[in-house]
Design a protein. Structure first.
Length: 520
């Protein structure tokens, strides 16, 4: 196991790190400032050297001796150790031609066009176009015009090497390192002495008192020798010991009371256990009877659903037979009557079934919902026309795909249309539409919305609250099983959708169905 670091060591490390960081920051700031001042001074010296050399050459009699100009250039270059090169140019028309160079082997650079323009219009003792040399800010390039009889006859170029780390900055760095080391040593000594006398000794006394208390000696308080934080800590520990003594005595008294109550409760529990055993037997019998009743109810409910599922297509077939019957010859019409009678008989049989059967779920598949609803509307159009109901449709031109079972979804919309027809015995308007709703929020799945709205009699709030309950119906006896909307609700739920209803007496009803849309 690694040994933990002492508190005074952590303190020394933290304070030392802060001290070194502050000194380093000061060193960086001061060094940068000193380096900037030195560089500015070097630039001024380079400019002064260029101007002085230009004035000296301008004062030479004409014609000027090239060797003498070369000596002046060499003297100027040797005047300062940081001078990288000195060049003298002669003007020939608008062109400056190099005549003398003291550059230590350095290659000459082209004079920029803006600098030549400034030199051609320059005045005596004027610094022209100071700029970094060769794109390197460690060199400083400055020009000064050379005049003859009041006109610019040439130019002097001085390239100064700027000191990137002046000696003064290096000296500051050395002093800062020494000061930092001395500060760390002094802080280490001071913190060690302080922690030894002000922290460790009081802590040892407090820990000793804690060890005695751990062994059960609650009457041995810690010594309070100071009034600082450590003294307050020892005083608080003593108060805690006193409170523990009081709580210990109180706990022992409560334990005795508790033991007595446990004995009484044990005897009472034995009596209650006997009663509970009898109650458990009765509960088991009741549960068994309830399970039998639930199975009977489930059987009846599944039978009723089967009756409803069969009854709905039989009603559609019966309506289409009635429509076809009028256009048939007399012999075929009697056969249609027989078919209608048998269908009515089957409908009567299924209506007498008490409840629904369990519908086995098939594997879901992509279903084009707007196409499915549109086909159902086309299939029911003759029935609607015969009942004087005007159909209004609005379908999205794109495929609205959901994952589902086409047969069960078809049953949903047929039930809704049949309910709408029952709500409009004197005719009316039926609106059916399918569209896409982009839900708000990142990651939310788009929804396919199908609406079925009628202008029928509507429903009251009490009826609206119970329309999805099995076996609840407001239709006349023999005309409804009370399972249509219950089946609709169940199918929509199994498809991961939702159904919302808006209705009011005399204002019709509007069913809004939403399903999660899948990608094509």
């Amino acid at each position: 196991m690694m040994r933990s670091i002492n508190l005074h060591t952590k303190t020394i490390l933290l304070v030392s790190a802060i001290t070194v960081a502050v000194l380093a920051a000061m060193l960086v700031v001061v060094s940068a400032r000193v380096a900037g001042l030195v560089r500015d001074e070097e630039k001024d010296q380079a400019e002064l050297l260029a101007v002085s050399l230009a004035e000296r050459i301008s004062s030479l009699p004409s014609p000027r001796n090239v060797e003498e100009i070369g000596r002046y250039a060499q003297l100027a270059r040797s005047a300062r150790p940081n001078v990288a090169s000195v060049r003298v140019y002669e003007r020939s028309g608008d062109v400056f031609i190099e005549r003398v160079a003291s550059a230590g082997g350095a290659r000459p650079e082209e004079i920029p066009e803006e600098t030549r323009e400034a030199l051609r219009s320059g005045l005596p003792s004027q610094v022209v176009a100071p700029l970094p040399a060769a794109g390197d800010d460690s060199f400083y390039r400055v020009f000064a015009p050379v005049t003859e009889q009041g006109r610019v006859s040439g130019a002097v170029e001085v390239v100064e090497r700027l000191d990137s780390m002046p000696s003064l900055a290096r000296s500051l760095a050395k002093y800062a390192v020494v000061i930092a080391l001395a500060a760390v040593v002094l802080m280490t000594l001071g913190a060690t002495l302080m922690f030894r006398h002000l922290v460790y000794r009081p802590v040892e006394l407090l820990l000793e008192a804690m060890r005695r208390a751990e062994k059960g000696a609650l009457d041995a308080p810690a010594a309070v020798r100071t009034r600082d934080e450590m003294g307050r800590l020892a005083a608080g520990f003593n108060r805690m010991l006193g409170r523990l003594r009081e709580m210990t005595a109180e706990r022992e008294a409560q334990q005795e009371i508790l033991r007595e109550k446990v004995r009484e409760a044990t005897a009472e529990a034995q009596h209650h256990n006997q009663q509970l055993a009898a109650a458990n037997i009765e509960l088991w019998q009741t549960t068994r009877r309830l399970a039998q009743m639930e199975r009977l109810a489930a059987a009846g409910q599944t039978a009723a659903q089967f009756a409803h599922e069969v009854g709905t297509p039989l009603n559609l077939i019966s309506c289409h037979i009635e429509l076809l019957r009028d256009g048939l010859p007399e012999g075929a019409r009697s056969r249609a009557d027989i078919i209608s009678e048998q269908i009515e008989r089957i409908s009567a049989i299924v209506r007498r079934m008490l409840d629904r059967t369990r519908v086995e779920r098939a594997e879901p598949e992509p279903v084009n919902l707007n196409a499915l609803v549109e086909r159902i509307c086309d299939a029911t159009a003759p029935t609607l026309e015969a009942r004087r109901v005007t159909l209004k449709t609005s379908f999205d031109p794109d495929a609205l795909l959901i994952a589902g079972e086409p047969d069960r979804l078809q049953q949903v919309f047929i039930n809704l249309i049949n309910n709408a027809l029952d709500a409009m015995p004197e005719g009316g308007d039926l609106s059916v539409g399918a569209s896409v709703e982009q839900t708000v929020g990142a990651g939310r799945q788009p929804q396919v919305i199908v609406t079925v709205a009628d202008t029928g009699c509507g429903m009251s709030e009490e009826t609206l609250a119970r329309i999805f309950d099995p076996l609840f119906t407001t239709k006349e006896e023999g005309k409804g099983t009370g399972l249509g909307l219950a089946v609709v609700s169940q199918v929509i739920e199994t498809h991961g959708g939702r159904i919302e209803v808006e209705s009011a007496p005399g204002r019709g009803s509007r069913f809004r169905l939403s399903f999660p849309r899948i990608k094509t």
